[in-house]
Design a protein around this ligand. Structure first.
Ligand code: ST9
Ligand code: ZN
Ligand code: ZN
Length: 323
């Protein structure tokens, strides 16, 4: 049984404004695509990162238990920096956050090192608006690998840039916390993603710097990246479609689990302004739990929910009949 979630602050009025209508997929443009330009620097860096993570897995049995706990905590905090921060707060504006929470989320987000929030949100807003077309940065119609990590290894399709220019980012550029993150991104990211994760286990419980770097930084970062990328790959390919059978995004429980609650992707693409990204509250959704706790503390407010009647109506009209 899913635990009961505190009632959200804002029930969107019944109507279509929070729904996204079935997308008519464009023709497959593969014939017209310009040749892919591989960015070898990224290929080499991601190869090193993934081999480093594989090596780190062999260090795990020799590590101090507190190092493993610390790495797990970093994984969850970095996850919230993406899910509760970049995704639900900034890219979708599905709730509001007071300054201390925005500052906390920016630190968490920098642990995750997925580019600054303004850049992340620009790509994500284009992804929702032009899902599964060439203007979608990680267009899942180009295959699992492209949607997962391949899109970070090549120059973007020109459509991404052309369509992306029309996306309004003024709300993000007005936020001083996001402007600050952009200004100091490199040192902030290096400290939050690599230096502090390495130094804390060494200083506080005598872990070797080698183990701490490979497990709490390299392995934890690589797992977090892949969990995030699975939302774009696996959750755009496999799973049920209870809300809209005409789109690719699907409900994928494995992804919900590893991506701290972001695998209810059929629901999310139909109702992108729901702060919970799911109908089911805290069920496999550590991010909704986090935002609700922040709301109890008075740090999060105006959480937007889609009225149940509207969800049921949409299920009946375009869903595939599954739960
Ligand atoms: C990473 C991001 O991994 C992952 C994002 C995943 C999103 C998932 C969403 C799912 C939601 C749920 C979250 C679940 C989370 C779970 C957590 C679990 C723990 N619009 O980009 P450039 C223009 S990052 C408009 O260089 P290239 C613009 O003028 C990993 N315009 O394009 C721009 O200049 P500026 C670490 C756009 O040259 C210019 O083009 N980071 C847009 O084609 C150049 O932009 C990396 O690895 C747009 N959308 O290069 C870095 N885009 O910015 C990887 C571009 O000045 N990235 N323009 O305005 C790169 O190296 C490059 O971006 C590239 C493309 C090689 C991929
Ligand atoms: Zn998606
Ligand atoms: Zn989204």
């Amino acid at each position: 049984m899913a635990p009961k979630t505190p009632v959200a602050d804002v029930q969107s009025p019944e109507g279509l404004e929070d729904e996204v209508e079935p997308v008519i997929l464009e023709e497959n443009h593969s014939q017209k695509r310009p040749p892919m330009v591989i960015v070898w620097r990224n290929v080499v860096l991601f190869l090193f990162l993934h081999f480093g993570a594989l090596y780190a897995a062999f260090l795990v049995p020799k590590a101090h238990p507190l190092t493993l706990l610390w790495s797990f905590a970093l994984y969850i905090m970095a996850g919230w920096g993406i899910t509760a921060g970049a995704h639900r707060l900034w890219a979708h504006r599905s709730y509001k956050a007071k300054l201390p929470l925005r500052l906390l989320l920016i630190v968490f987000n920098s642990i995750a090192f997925q580019n600054d929030v303004i850049e992340w949100s620009r790509d994500h807003r284009v992804h929702h608006k032009y899902s599964e077309t060439d203007a979608d940065p990680h267009n899942a119609r180009r295959g699992f690998f492209f949607a997962h990590m391949g899109w970070l290894l090549v120059r973007k399709h020109p459509d991404v840039k052309v369509k992306g220019q029309a996306i309004d980012l003024s709300d993000l550029k007005r936020d001083p916390v996001l402007r600050l993150q952009r200004k100091i991104y490199k040192p902030l990211m290096l400290s939050c993603c690599f230096i502090i994760p390495t130094v804390v286990p060494w200083y506080f419980w005598g872990e070797s710097l080698w183990n701490a770097y490979f497990i709490a930084a390299v392995l934890r970062y690589t797992l977090g990246l892949n969990a995030t990328w699975l939302v774009n790959s696996a959750a755009h390919m496999w799973g049920n479609k209870p809300y809209d059978r005409n789109i690719n995004p699907s409900q994928n429980l494995g992804v919900s689990f590893s991506a701290v609650g972001e695998g209810f992707h059929n629901y999310h693409h139909v109702f992108p302004h729901d702060y919970s990204t799911s109908e089911y509250g805290w069920h496999i959704n550590l991010t909704t739990m986090f935002i609700d706790i922040m709301a109890v503390l008075g740090l999060a407010y105006d959480r937007r929910r889609i009225p149940t009647a509207l969800v049921l109506k949409r299920r009946a009209r375009t869903g595939d009949g599954t739960e």
